[in-house]
Design a protein. Structure first.
Length: 249
């Protein structure tokens, strides 16, 4: 029997787009997106969002924005929260904090509601670029928009304050975690540990390390090394030896 040619359909296109997005192979994702019209199909929100996600994983923030702002309107595909969040994440990973903020602030005008993922991407973008005031402003914006912060958004804000050497603000955010029903984790604890180290509050470093031990949270190498150095400089050999075994491999 002669072989019959199997024509791709929307399901097969979207399955391939999803696979390319997960693998971060943005070149194939873009080629697939450009090939869809040749089959008399039109790209939909799923295929476009998957292509943006592939660009995000591949560090191609400009291509991600091009799909969102040019390709989707040309194909009459209306962006949604998922496509916007993927584009914001692409900007965040590439350190484009101003563009991430533009996308976030532009969502309400498109009848889109920013969610935890939206704010977390914007706050993380600010954290990477040392924009701690912007990160804190976004936390306030979350509360005003009745979007509950999650560990990702708060950890990014704490890290932003730590990197800017505003240790008191980092500690203040950290202490608020139980109030908003968030549990401290390794990322938040290590950020505060480094904030204490920069401000030479070694006693607070010891207290935090003890609290981390009770919570079964392991310090990372940088924060533990900082604490061991402080203990060594002050002749606190007992404390130094007590925590030396906690160094990860």
């Amino acid at each position: 029997m002669p072989a019959r040619r199997v024509m791709p359909n929307r399901i097969s296109f979207n399955a391939a787009a999803s696979a390319f997005a997960k693998a971060g192979v943005w070149q194939l994702a873009l080629r697939l997106l450009s090939d869809i019209p040749a089959t008399r199909l039109t790209p939909d929100i799923f295929s476009c969002s998957a292509a943006i996600s592939a660009c995000e994983k591949g560090g191609q923030w400009q291509l991600a924005l091009s799909i969102l702002r040019s390709h989707m309107p040309n194909q009459r595909v209306v962006p949604n929260e998922i496509s916007h969040n993927a584009a914001m994440s692409a900007c965040e990973k590439s350190g484009q904090w101003q563009m991430a903020l533009r996308l976030l602030h532009g969502m309400p005008g498109l009848d889109l509601a920013p969610d935890k993922i939206s704010y977390s991407a914007a706050i993380s973008a600010c954290e990477k670029c040392g924009q701690w005031k912007q990160a804190l402003s976004l936390l306030v914006g979350m509360r005003e928009a009745t979007v509950h912060p999650d560990e990702t958004s708060l950890n990014a804000a704490i890290s932003a304050c730590e990197k800017a050497r505003h240790w008191q603000m980092a500690v203040s955010l950290f202490s608020r975690m139980p109030e908003i029903r968030l549990v401290p984790c390794q990322i938040s604890c290590n950020s505060v540990m480094l904030a204490f180290d920069a401000s030479k509050h070694w006693e607070n470093m010891l207290r935090l390390m003890e609290a981390m031990s009770r919570l079964h949270i392991d310090p990372d190498r940088s924060s533990l090394s900082a604490l061991l150095l402080e203990c060594e400089q002050r002749g606190l050999l007992g404390s130094e030896l007590s925590f030396a075994g906690r160094v990860g491999t």
